[in-house]
Design a protein around this ligand. Structure first.
Ligand SMILES: [Zn+2]
Length: 242
């Protein structure tokens, strides 16, 4: 954690109040030192697996979680294990689809595609941009002639959207829950991006408070404080009555 302190604040600053798709890339770049273009080219499934690796090396496999039973309101304390979500199968990088008399080659959005369109103001604009990236080519079935993007029908876009939705279960991690009080069973989706980000956000805020206290008490610079081990920071904090 001590060597990680400065990195943690860099990652937190880069991803602060950004859409989750961008926070995910900030974590991959900062925590795992993955080059931006490599991270952007990852599928969403690959991105999530890498985030789990980063989370494991920083905070371990255990995921303490709470959930309210939707039937009786009982609070469930869960202790999930990240390893349950590893090795979810990947999908083909490219697939083919027949729409009317057209052969459409499409691919799933990458982590970079999602990060790029996450800041679009209009949902429709984001949707169009994503489709233009994920539709690789459209050809006439009989003549094999290429159909220019300006000629693509709405049916092509709609069919590809449905196909993307169907083909992306690798990014969805469902947790099956049973309420011990009333027996109700249901499932919730586990999202590693928002889960891990909220943990990093908490740690970063805690670290900033420690830097503030030590800088105020001793006049040390931020870099000096961040370079210390967590144990040493805690010892000094105790001495100055924090
Ligand atoms: Zn219940």
């Amino acid at each position: 954690m001590s060597a990680f302190a400065a990195t943690l604040l860099d990652v937190w600053e880069t991803g602060y109040r950004q859409p989750p798709a961008r926070q995910a890339l900030a974590v991959l770049a900062g925590c795992l030192k993955i080059p931006a273009e490599v991270a952007a080219a990852c599928s969403v499934g690959e991105r999530d697996q890498l985030l789990m690796t980063a989370r494991q090396s920083l905070l371990g496999w255990r995921l303490p979680t709470r959930a309210d039973c939707p039937a009786c309101g009982e609070l469930l304390e869960l202790n999930l294990d990240l390893r349950e979500f590893l090795s979810v199968k990947g999908t083909e990088p490219r697939s083919e689809l027949l729409v009317d008399s057209l052969r459409v080659i499409w691919r799933l959005p990458t982590a970079g595609d999602l990060a790029d369109v996450a800041t679009f103001d209009s949902t429709e604009g984001a949707r169009r941009e994503l489709l233009s990236r994920c539709i690789v080519s459209v050809r006439e079935l009989e003549s094999d002639a290429i159909v220019a993007p300006s000629e693509w029908t709405d049916a092509v876009g709609e069919a590809v959207e449905v196909a993307i939705e169907r083909a992306a279960p690798e990014s969805d991690f469902w947790i099956h829950l049973n309420c011990p009080a009333c027996g109700h069973s249901w499932k919730v989706m586990f999202d590693i991006v928002t889960y891990f980000w909220s943990e990093l956000d908490f740690l970063a805020q805690q670290l900033l408070a420690e830097v503030h206290q030590l800088a105020t008490a001793y006049g040390w610079h931020e870099q000096q404080i961040l370079a210390m081990s967590a144990r040493r920071r805690a010892a000094y904090l105790e001495m100055c009555g924090a």
